[in-house]
Write a protein that binds this ligand. Structure first.
Ligand SMILES: *Cc1c(COP(=O)(O)O)cnc(C)c1O
Length: 373
């Protein structure tokens, strides 16, 4: 093969930037939707003990089927929306990003198409690119909800192999009404519909999880992660629930022993502390609602949020606002449609720092760039 460029990347990758928010050393990091509350000392001790045990067996490959972990994840899901799930309906990998990449590897590919609705998670088109899957993005409404009729029409027209839909959506925080999931599962025919519930635990009281519909739709996959509500982003553990035959298909594309013994031990120990790790979710929801309200009193446009972040704007020069906040030690995310910014919900002290910094930036005539569209 001859190539004009070095290294000899395939054409689709030339000029591409690696995905990721800037990792900067700041006092107040509100940019990647992490849980600001780390595990307790007791949970950390239990994790350390479990990892020590695992370390004594590190000369051996780990359990390829991570049986014990799948069983513990199943028990947890059955307490949070899952109905009679069994371990053969649960799968895990190093973050839900890897889980979704495996879905594209198994069900996407050349001659097949993946669909989502923008603005949405910026990684989705990258899974498609990396798995040689065609990518089609429909649009969300101005309030970031889904026009269900238009969405159904697009799915029926494109016949995607995979539909990727986060609920709540990132970066807008918009949850999907349950009827939307059924409509799209039916419209998709034999296509797989992935409802990405990375922020599922933050959903409002009374909002059902898509897990409830797995018994109804054989093409429905619901992904979850321990990175957000579970306060375990550093451990890299994502998982899904689906029909056993769908899970079985993923076993074909996974790399051998993809979940290390250390990861399995860590996740199992963390699940024993689930109640405590999730204990701050209610506080974070309340802090989110307060943040939405406060931003609105500043005359800003704010998207309703069911997640642990808030999208707000609009600014003629959002980069200037982002930079102004960073100069004050508050790192948020420059993402979403032009003019919008996203702030993750932190501790009360972190949110106070955010409010103070944003007030100062908006009062500065050189960065007063508010633009209400
Ligand atoms: C954060 C996030 C994830 C989770 O990623 P992990 O790989 O599990 O850390 C998945 N989907 C969306 C939309 C997210 O924002």
């Amino acid at each position: 093969m001859s190539s004009l460029t070095w290294p000899p990347l395939r054409d689709a990758l030339v000029g591409e930037e690696p995905y990721g928010a800037p990792q900067l050393d700041v006092a107040v990091a509100l940019n990647t939707n992490e849980n600001p509350y780390g595990p307790s000392a007791e949970a950390a001790d239990d994790i350390a003990e479990a990892v020590r045990s695992a370390a004594l067996g590190l000369n051996r490959y780990p359990d390829r089927e991570f049986t014990e972990l799948r069983s513990a994840l199943t028990d947890y899901l059955n307490t949070d929306g899952g109905q009679d799930l069994t371990p053969d309906m649960v799968w895990a990998a190093n973050g839900s990003n890897e889980v979704m990449m495996q879905i594209l590897q198994a069900f996407g590919g050349p001659g097949r198409t993946a669909v989502s609705f923008a603005p949405t998670y910026a990684m989705y088109p990258e899974y498609a690119r990396n798995s040689l899957t065609e990518w089609v993005a429909g649009r969300r409404e101005d309030d970031f909800s889904l026009d269900l009729e238009a969405a159904r029409r697009l799915v029926e027209e494109v016949r995607p192999a995979v539909v990727l839909l986060p609920s709540p959506n990132n970066p807008t925080g918009t949850a999907l009404p349950p009827e939307a999931i059924s409509v799209l599962c039916e419209a998709a025919g034999n296509g797989i519909v992935v409802i990405d519930e990375a922020y599922g635990e933050f959903r409002r009281e009374g909002v059902p999880s898509a897990l409830e519909l797995i018994g109804t739709h054989r093409n429905l996959v619901v992904t979850r992660t321990m990175s957000k509500a579970f306060a375990l982003a550093g451990a890299r553990l994502g998982y899904l629930a689906a029909r056993p035959e769908v899970v079985d298909a993923l076993r074909i594309v996974r790399l051998p022993y993809h979940l290390s013994a250390v990861t399995q031990a860590t996740a199992l120990a963390a699940l024993r502390h689930a109640d405590e790790l999730l204990a701050k979710v209610a506080d974070l929801r309340a802090e989110r609602d307060a943040c939405v309200e406060w931003l609105r009193t500043q005359g800003l446009r704010v998207a309703d949020s069911d997640a642990n972040f808030v999208l707000f704007g609009t600014f003629a020069d959002r980069h200037a606002v982002w930079q102004g906040l960073l100069d004050a030690g508050v790192l948020i995310r420059e993402t979403g449609p032009e003019g919008w910014l996203r702030v993750s919900v932190g501790t009360p002290a972190e949110m106070a720092a955010f409010r103070e910094a944003l007030t100062a930036v908006m009062a500065d005539p050189s960065t007063t760039v508010k633009e209400n569209r």
